[in-house]
Design a protein around this ligand. Structure first.
Ligand code: UN1
Length: 514
């Protein structure tokens, strides 16, 4: 199907209009008199639609309504909240294809990746439903007679969620559906580059609450330059703020939130490496590295950006990988067989070119790629050729995250050296080793091994499941989202002591007779 036909079909299905309200506070804000932002598809540069932006004057009203909703939503028993989330998951399933295609049109993911993104929301919905009956606290043996000591978990209230363009709805859902099941309401400030997906997602989810006559819990405000994100960061009415984005902005957000002693969940940049040992299953390693480095055109936080390759297989493996890079189909991500779509915008293409120039200046050798591409029929799109650069770990650019399909290849001889190279960057999100040797795998997972939040053996750095906690260390920010017990970050812990006796014994044997 042609671009235009797909656009027409999914816009009708998702209710996307020429101009769409970029604010939801229970009602979709009016579009008249507002500044609008044009959304262009990175596939061909075509204008998809416009968004009427939220304004500073909308903020206080939205925040008041959010807290009003909280007083209702937080009183509903968690399993009943879970059953609302179940319906949200079911509703999202109905739109898996069209919403997935909107993700493709708006941010340039391949069809299968666009739909995978919606699947990730459905999966986290399932997880949240299960969680709704498992928000456990522990009971602790009290040192005092006739005393009971236990922990319980309450919602914070309003949780702010700021998301990036590259996972325009999945990352929101990791935060929003888990936060919601605990009893929080959510205020979402999406990346303006992915605001149509945010609007469509928020609509689908909010519809279920409307159907039940419940107040809104998924609030949305699209702004262009981040002023409203800054208000979220500085606002004491937002006890918890989850931020996904660059290290630079994350640092500011962290400082603003911690200045008021609020809580953050930060998921910032990654600079993920895959170690490929001479004892690797080369076939698996090749596919794992290719997927990790090329999927989403290198624009995942989990993208493989460094390949640490054993000297003994260096030439052979690199030869195969170079062939993959030279033959992988780059182009319109809606087309079958295309594995690498466009970068998000012209600015991203400029960063790609600048990173390659800097790598060369710093002594790197381009093995293949280094080309800004024009795809016939899609001249307005933002395509680049995936690029392999032979380099060394001390190059400055190798220590930075560039959101583009550039992979730096670094040679090693001994595993200790590989681990040292691996951990030598400031970021600490995802990591992988490809080896069939148990000792190597366990060394990688040991305390002296990978310093990242995610550590994978014989599978690549990208493509985590929702069931695990997702996040990373060092400049990645330390946050954890999604599965495992990451839900605890969305809840405040309360330690409860109950004296059911007729005396008042004090802890630590203290006596206080009055
Ligand atoms: C991100 O890039 O911010 O593990 C998230 C992955 C995806 C999520 C990436 N499930 O690659």
């Amino acid at each position: 199907m042609e671009f235009a036909a797909i656009k027409e079909q999914i816009f009708a299905d998702l209710g996307i209009e020429a101009i769409n309200a970029g604010i939801y506070d229970g009602d979709w804000g009016s579009i008249t008199g507002r500044k609008t932002l044009d959304i262009q598809s990175p596939i061909n540069g075509e204008k998809l639609a416009a968004v009427a932006l939220a304004e500073d004057t909308d903020y206080d009203r939205l925040m008041e309504k959010a807290w009003e909703s909280y007083s209702v939503w937080s009183k509903i028993p968690a399993p009943q909240r879970g059953s609302i989330i179940r319906e949200i998951g079911n509703e999202l399933s109905k739109y898996k294809e069209t919403l997935g295609l909107l993700v493709s049109l708006e941010v340039g993911k391949t069809r299968i990746e666009g739909m995978g993104e919606v699947q990730e929301m459905i999966d986290i919905g399932d997880f949240a439903v299960g969680l709704s009956r498992q928000l456990y606290g522990v009971t602790i043996a009290s040192e005092r007679p006739h005393h009971r000591l236990y922990e319980q978990w309450h919602p914070y209230g309003v949780a702010g969620v700021i998301t990036a363009f590259n996972f325009p709805c999945a990352v929101w859902s990791w935060n929003a559906l888990i936060a919601a099941v605990i009893g929080n309401v959510i205020v979402w400030k999406p990346s303006p580059n992915a605001s149509l997906t945010a609007i469509a997602t928020n609509r689908i989810c909010s519809r279920i609450l409307e159907r039940h006559g419940l107040p809104p819990i998924f609030f949305l405000m699209v702004d262009e330059r981040g002023a409203l994100g800054e208000r979220l960061a500085k606002d004491t009415r937002v006890p918890l703020l989850s931020f996904t984005g660059s290290i630079r902005t994350g640092r500011q957000v962290a400082q603003q939130v911690s200045a008021r002693l609020g809580r953050t969940i930060l998921e910032l940049g990654g600079n993920n490496a895959a170690i490929v040992s001479d004892k690797a299953d080369a076939e698996i390693a090749l596919r794992g590295v290719a997927f990790g480095a090329l999927a989403t055109a290198g624009q995942r936080c989990t993208t493989t950006r460094r390949l640490i390759l054993h000297a003994g297989i260096y030439d052979e493996f690199l030869g195969k990988l170079t062939r993959v890079y030279q033959t992988v189909k780059v182009g319109n991500p809606l087309e079958d067989g295309v594995l690498v779509g466009p970068l998000i915008n012209r600015g991203a293409v400029d960063l790609y070119s600048a990173a390659i120039r800097r790598a060369v200046d710093e002594g790197g050798r381009v093995l293949c790629g280094d080309e800004v591409m024009t795809i016939p029929g899609y001249e307005g799109g933002h395509y680049v050729r995936p690029t392999l650069i032979e380099g060394s770990p001390d190059m400055g650019i190798v220590c930075e995250e560039t959101f583009a399909p550039i992979l730096y290849v670094l040679k090693y001889s001994a595993l200790d050296e590989a681990l040292q190279i691996h951990n030598s960057v400031p970021q600490g999100l995802s990591s992988a080793i490809f080896t069939t040797d148990l000792r190597e795998a366990e060394a990688f997972l040991s305390v002296r091994g990978s310093d990242c939040g995610l550590a994978n053996v014989n599978t690549g750095t990208a493509g985590a499941e929702i069931g695990g906690a997702f996040g990373g260390e060092k400049e990645t920010g330390g946050g954890r989202e999604s599965g495992s017990d990451a839900w605890k970050a969305y809840a405040r812990r309360q330690t409860v002591t109950i004296n059911y006796g007729a005396e008042l014994p004090l802890a630590q044997g203290v006596r206080f007779e009055v």
